[in-house]
Design a binder for this molecule. Sequence first.
Ligand code: HEM
Length: 460
Amino acid sequence: MKRRLPWLAPLALFCGYHFSVAFCGMTIGVIRRQNVAKEALPPGKAKLPIFGDTLEILNPKKMLSYQLERRERWGASWTTSVLFKKAVVITGQHEMSLARKHESRPKAFEAFFPPHHQKLFGESSLLVQSGLGHQRLRRLIQSAMVPKAVERFKSFIDVAIGDFLESCRRERGYFSMTKKLQETTLRIVVQVLLGEDLPEEDLEYLRRNLRIWAVGLLSAPLNFIPWSNAARAMRARGKVEEILLKWIEERSKKLDDTLLSQLIRATDEDGSALSTKEIVDNVFTLVFAGIDTTASTLSSSFKKLSQDTELQKLLREKLQGPEGERYLDAFLTEILRTNPPAPFAMRLVREPLKLENVTVPAGYLLVYGLGASLSDECYEKPDEFQLMRAWNQSVTTSGAFGGGPRLCPGRYLAAQSAQQVLAAVLGPEGFHWKLKEDQKLEQEYSPGLFPIDGLMLELS
Ligand code: HEM
């Protein structure tokens, strides 16, 4: 035994040394990998293990406060789970613009919606398409919504505004301005699509079914239960689809300047056009995406102007002069920043995403916290409403309209419609109003952002 020691000792030392080195190396490697993962993924602790913050992120009442509270706690980005998937929420403007640059790589991201949303929007909707399919649809649809095309919609929008002013004047006593604006923005979209007003009963039928459809969107995905909101929404979609098919058939016979004609006429470089199914799914999407968002912008405008009568006076005065449009534009930009109608957007990350301080692994959801991003510290005194912010800082409306390859294609139409409505109300042919006392003016998403009591007012 003693005789073996002279060579066993160096062997033991050799093995021990290498084992220790390997062990330490592995340990350091594991620690380093954990640190890399910890460094890369933002902090966060979801309330529930797999369900995470789903109930708060998707809860219309909590959407915005959730983002603001979590940002206060974790900083501009945090990790959680949403709809059974690991997710990273980002709310910093800088991180967002970096992420959007990655979005132009066709395989980097996928649109992400719960399965019943995909059914409700339709599989050819721009919203649910990704990659090259999405790019093709964007080209075709956007060509019908560029500023030059929107310019031609002005007279159609004016017809809907005429109806709006008249119906406000017909009201006796207090009425809900929110409801009136939702009716008006539906009228505007129908006018822009068809170039004509629908009879009131047809509009009411459309409105009723769109409302059932929107309730289904915000409900649990129980479409296999016939009496669930999701199943009712599918049936409502079927009814609206019948109307759209009739419109497309009629409009195909006499193409003109309307949005529907332009969608039917739009062709890609290779000569391909939108199929009837693509038109139906996307008209549906445009109607959904356009009505509540624009009504919400206008409702927040009315609320602000009711509470700040000096600002209202200033805008009325400026509208008489050459700078009226510029002031109105600055006002709407700040309204959209302080009252974002669309609070978040989600993507499924397909290729690992490396931002400056955050890495999001493939398979995670990336949630753009648009609501909180608009009070980011890149804005000077973000909590203040500054009419001239858009002039003094390089603030654009694009914050509220998203960005990158999914930047809202309806932004010109939305801005044009909102400007025309406000110019008509605050101009010489418009009206003055006063708010009903004792009403809840706090706003909730439903799905646009509206005051809880519907913004009750009467003309004065
Ligand atoms: C003030 C009004 C509006 C706001 C604040 C708004 C906001 C947004 C935002 C934030 C997105 C991007 C969502 C994402 O990143 O996934 C978006 C997308 C979209 N918006 Fe708007 N929107 C408005 C009005 C409109 C109007 C009037 C239309 C059409 C009539 C419209 C049609 C669309 C469509 C089709 C998309 C999907 C684009 C895509 O996925 O490629 N929006 N909108």
